[in-house]
Design a binder for this molecule. Structure first.
Ligand code: SF4
Ligand code: SF4
Length: 223
């Protein structure tokens, strides 16, 4: 998610005349909030016409805004990152969410669609949010993770370590290294890509109007 955001931030830096309209699914909204990216989105979609942010939670899954794809308002649609759930829906022509509906309308409107699947092959490294395992935390009087978090993201309650505030956490992983009891979880985790997800990626590669990109950074090649 962060890599996709950084790519569009870079595009705005390279080409300030490019308008970026952002469509956010319900699931993406939660993740954006978790990684503290929600407030930063104005750097890529600042609210002007065609630079708006459309949230599925506000617009619903069949927002009239996706009709713009039929009216020639957009040059391209990038779905990044596309979860295996979204890829499977696109593969079978299902358009029951804001994002999959946008894909359907874009193809009908001859707007090229580029999809960056999360689960593409082999195994992937996913970033899990950092958190304190309450069962393992010993509520030490001196808590090195809390004392050394460079962003003050670890809160205390009644003088003892409480939790990690995800809106402040930058995911540096220092706290995980510093807890002597392994109570801090999260960070990079290797996840196996299922065969069914690989098959669905192959299916969308063959679909009309859709191109699969291997990474969000490939989007930069278009600008
Ligand atoms: S050092 Fe680890 S176990 Fe001790 S309070 Fe901090 S997080 Fe919990
Ligand atoms: S990952 Fe880094 S920013 Fe987040 S709580 Fe740990 S030390 Fe703080």
């Amino acid at each position: 998610m962060d890599r996709s955001y950084q790519v569009f931030k870079e595009i705005k830096l390279r080409s300030p005349d490019v308008s970026v309209n952002t469509f956010i699914s319900r699931a993406a909204e939660e993740v954006l909030r978790m990684y503290g990216l929600e407030q930063k989105l104005v750097k890529i979609s600042d609210g002007d016409y065609l630079e708006e942010i459309f949230r599925e939670s506000e617009q619903g899954s069949s927002s009239p805004k996706v009709g713009r794809f039929l009216l020639g308002r957009y040059d391209a649609l990038f779905i990044t990152p596309a979860t295996s759930n979204t890829v499977s829906k696109i593969a079978y022509g299902i358009a029951d969410s804001l994002v999959t509906n946008a894909v359907a309308q874009a193809v009908k409107g001859r707007v090229p669609v580029y999809v960056v699947p999360v689960d593409i092959e082999g195994s992937i490294v996913s970033e899990m949010p950092y958190n304190i395992d309450r069962k393992q935390c010993r509520h030490c009087e001196d808590c090195p993770p809390r004392e050394n978090c460079p962003h003050g993201a670890i809160t205390e309650r009644n003088g003892l370590t409480d939790q990690i505030e995800l809106l402040k956490c930058k995911g540096c992983g220092i706290c995980k290294e510093l807890c002597p009891y392994g109570a801090i979880k999260g960070g990079p985790v290797e996840i196996l890509v299922r065969d069914v997800d690989k098959r669905n990626v192959e299916i969308i590669k063959s679909l009309q109007g859709i191109t699969v990109l291997e990474s969000p950074e490939k989007i930069l090649d278009f600008f």
